[in-house]
Write a protein that binds this ligand. Structure first.
Ligand SMILES: Cc1cc2nc3c(=O)[nH]c(=O)nc-3n(C[C@H](O)[C@H](O)[C@H](O)COP(=O)(O)O)c2cc1C
Length: 363
């Protein structure tokens, strides 16, 4: 552990990468602040979806993805982070605290994944028929594993059909609730906005023959015969437990898988309906024969690239209270950090790749 501290300049440089993370309905439910020389990521409760996300699972997954981007940005800038997930039990909105590890040059993996941040976006369009090669599949599985999560690929027509049944029945359950439909509609954007899902990124309007459920974000119909790929590569990302800490860890793993996919030239769209309905989530877990909890589903393939969706300005994301302070004073920073270290927390050491790995807390 280095005895240095992050500065407001480090925070600002890293937050623009963090804010590019995916989030449910592009709500961007995160805030960032500098405190005692550490960068802290907080859930923004104002931006949590009360109907779609009553427990805060999706907001924590989204914030976990932002933490992963932060780690990459800090590593590429030469000072990778040690990460503590949920560092203060009495402040559950603080999802992670990042403190500087020993400075070192970025690794080629840091650089590749960091470069993928700006190119990654959800691609809800039909993919081409080209299969995803075995080598790329392994890279995705390892990306999840490197972050303490698992990624199961659903392979073969019967398995994909069984998954589709679970996903479609979850989708029907969710759509029976008018509040759920209204909440989703409020995040569809027909004109430029800094959040929400632009209709141009929404994918084509769903048709009755579609295998997988699609959220109604798009307005365009498909040309005749232009159907979705008949056997998509579906992957389920899950975590060993389902505590708040597990969900933040799963968010980091999700982002590592997504950036690894982008780096491999793959397109991905996310599906969360089968995770949002508890009975469907349990059915999925049993079908996979897994302990732990499915956290998000990915459809993976090759396709026509789309466009990144808009994000809020970084000034809106930074909590000013302590962030505007001058460069932190080293002695008091170290003192404050060691005081915090005496609390129960999910502590981590820098990972072998240098941008930090974490042991999730179980609170
Ligand atoms: C927890 C979570 C759940 C999501 N669920 C869905 C989903 O069910 N359907 C979908 O099309 N996109 C889903 N998304 C993707 C978001 O809509 C997308 O990340 C957001 O609109 C930002 O766009 P981008 O991924 O292109 O940056 C989900 C994202 C997260 C983090």
């Amino acid at each position: 552990m280095s005895d240095s501290a992050y500065t407001i300049a480090d925070l600002r440089a890293a937050v623009s990468a963090a804010g590019r993370a995916p989030s449910v309905h592009n709500t961007q439910p995160w805030r960032f602040r500098l405190r005692d020389g550490g960068i802290e990521v907080l859930v923004d409760p104002q931006r949590r979806l009360p109907v779609t996300d009553p427990t805060g699972w999706a907001a924590r997954l989204s914030c976990g993805a932002a933490v992963f981007n932060l780690r990459l940005a800090l590593a590429v800038a030469g000072t990778p982070a040690q990460v503590r997930v949920r560092p203060y039990p009495e402040e559950p909105d603080v999802v992670a605290r990042l403190t500087p590890d020993r400075p070192r040059p970025p690794t080629p993996v840091d650089q590749k994944l960091y470069a993928a941040i700006a190119r990654r976006h959800s691609n809800r369009a039909p993919f081409w028929a080209n299969p995803v090669p075995a080598e790329a599949r392994w890279r995705l599985i390892e990306a999840a594993r490197d972050e303490g999560a698992w990624l199961d690929l659903i392979i073969g027509t019967p398995a994909v059909n069984a998954f589709a049944e679970i996903a479609n029945s979850a989708n029907r359950v969710l759509n029976r609730d008018p509040r759920y439909r209204a909440e989703m509609a409020r995040w569809v954007r027909y004109e430029h906005a800094v959040d929400g899902v632009p209709v141009t990124s929404g994918g084509p309007i769903a048709e009755s023959q579609d295998l997988l459920p699609q959220r109604p974000f798009g307005v365009h119909t498909r040309a005749p015969g232009r159907d979705f790929e008949p056997e998509p590569l579906v992957a389920v990302l899950g975590s060993p437990g389902d505590s708040a800490g597990d969900q933040i860890t799963a968010g980091q793993a999700m982002q590592r898988v997504l950036l690894t996919a982008t780096d491999a030239g793959l397109a991905v769209s996310l599906l969360s309906q089968p995770v949002e309905v508890p009975a469907a989530r349990e059915q999925l877990r049993l079908a996979l024969g897994r302990f732990g909890a499915p956290q998000i589903v990915m459809r993976i393939g090759y396709g026509q690239p789309g466009w990144p969706t808009p994000r809020r300005d970084i000034d809106e994301l930074i909590d000013e209270a302590e962030s505007t302070a001058e460069e932190p004073v080293l002695a008091s920073t170290v003192e404050a950090d060691s005081a915090r270290r005496s609390r129960p927390e999910g502590c981590v050491a820098g990972g072998p790749d240098g941008y930090g790995s974490k042991v999730p807390t179980d609170h």
